[in-house]
Design a binder for this molecule. Structure first.
Ligand code: PMP
Length: 418
């Protein structure tokens, strides 16, 4: 018999309700919310997540790309345990820090990483990269792109911020907004700015949160040239995309950034971010030159540094290749299924006219259809985007966001976390 989401997950529901007394929204990360309540997890093992209600899920989300090593890789665990035996919170430098920096610069050098500084998150890394660009150029404006995501305080919706459902809480920078992947329209924008006002261009080589949309090679080369000609800095946000190439995505595209930002898997699954790039710029963080200031209590915490060193060893060139191939195969398989069912945008004549009855997030598919024969949604089209190991399944059509939520629950019912 069919059990509803509520019936299957009473402990998650209780956990959610109980946490409201202390956490607005019941948790501390906006993006992990799901209606009617998100699952609470008790344990992670390899690629499996186990909820407080005891259900096991195959985890395809992988901590929004940071979880390359799964939830309990013994090699990562060992490196953290080893670091722990030496104690922590030195308030001074540690040996791990240099080792991770060396590995990062050797590896991402072809993308432009000559010198590096660590942070606690990708958000911080991008904030520091922007601050660096403003400081060294003495200019104010930063060119950013539609659907760009550079951290919790650097979010750029598809259409320019006009009362979106979730209001971006961006740091007050002088952002100039351009359409991603559109050379023709982007080209005109800097010409309308006051002369010598553009400090930086900040871009993801493939948008992650924006729907796994790769930038065209020509678009990125155009930005590289544009930044160079206007004496602005090109900041490549590779927090998510760096997993796609051994030396990062920029190197794959034959582009060297002035500054690049990293994060996610760089810490082996522990908290981390990094920014770095051209030696002549990053050298200004040398306190003996007393130019640029970058403190941070946990920047060099031993756990992130130690786990990161091990993580970079594990995620070597052949692993990068293997994961990308798995991703491409999965993408092709999903695409074939969608086409088979006539859901892929190209596989049916438009406009579509069908209406389907749907389930509710509260009660599960079958129960909802029985209870609400009046609830009808437009048939969506469904497509899969991404490159290599970065994949996203999306819906389009008037009811896209409801379909997205239904798809999420549909997969959860099949013990798959997406
Ligand atoms: N930039 C990109 C491209 C990201 O995908 C993310 C995280 N989703 C960030 C920056 C922010 O990183 P963090 O969540 O570690 O602050």
């Amino acid at each position: 018999s069919h059990r509803t989401y509520l019936e299957r997950n009473p402990k998650s529901q209780t956990a959610y309700q109980d946490s409201f007394a202390y956490l607005p929204g019941g948790n501390t990360r906006t993006v992990i919310h799901a209606d009617p309540f998100p699952l609470t997890f008790a344990k992670g093992e390899g690629s499996t997540l186990i909820s407080v209600d005891g259900h096991r899920y195959l985890d395809l989300l992988g901590e929004f790309s940071a979880g390359i090593f799964g939830h309990s890789d013994p090699r990562i665990a060992n490196s953290i345990n080893e670091a722990m035996t030496g104690g922590w919170n030195y308030g001074g430098t540690c040996t791990y820090e240099k080792e991770l920096a060396k590995k990062a610069c050797e590896r991402f050098g072809p993308s432009g990483l000559e010198l590096v500084r660590f942070t606690n998150s990708g958000t911080e890394a991008n904030t520091m990269a922007i601050a660096t660009a403003l400081n060294i150029t003495g200019r104010k404006k930063i060119l950013v792109f539609s659907s760009g995501y550079h951290g919790g305080t650097l979010v750029f919706p598809l259409s320019v911020m006009k009362g979106e459902m979730v209001a971006p809480m961006n740091l007050p920078h002088d952002f100039v907004y351009a359409p991603y992947n559109n050379i023709r329209e982007t080209r005109e924008i800097p010409d309308h700015l006051p002369p010598d006002s553009l400090a930086a261009i900040l871009v993801e080589p493939i948008q992650g949160s924006g729907g796994c949309r790769p930038a065209g090679r020509r678009f990125l080369h155009f930005l590289r040239t544009e930044a160079h000609e206007r004496k602005a800095l090109l900041i490549m946000d590779e927090v998510m995309s760096s997993r796609l190439g051994y030396s990062g995505c920029s190197a794959e595209m034959n582009i060297r950034a002035d500054l690049m930002t990293l994060g996610k898997y760089l810490g082996g699954g522990m908290t981390i971010g990094a920014f770095g790039g051209r030696k002549d710029i990053m050298e200004l963080f040398d306190p003996t030159k007393s130019k640029l200031f970058h403190p941070g209590t946990y920047n060099n915490n031993v756990f992130s540094m130690a786990a990161g060193i091990t993580g970079l060893d594990i995620y070597n060139a052949s692993e990068v290749h293997r994961l990308n191939n798995l991703g491409e195969e999965l993408k092709e398989d999903i695409q074939a299924i969608l086409m088979h069912h006539g859901l892929y945008p190209d596989s049916y004549p438009s406009p579509r006219v069908g209406l389907v009855e749907i389930d509710s997030l509260q009660t599960g598919t079958k129960a909802y259809i029985e209870d609400h024969p009046d609830k009808l949604l437009q048939l969506p089209s469904m497509f899969v985007t991404g490159r290599g190991s970065m994949i996203n399944v999306r819906f389009s059509g008037p009811d896209a966001s409801q379909w997205q939520a239904l798809f999420y629950h549909h997969m959860l019912e099949r013990n798959i976390n997406i």
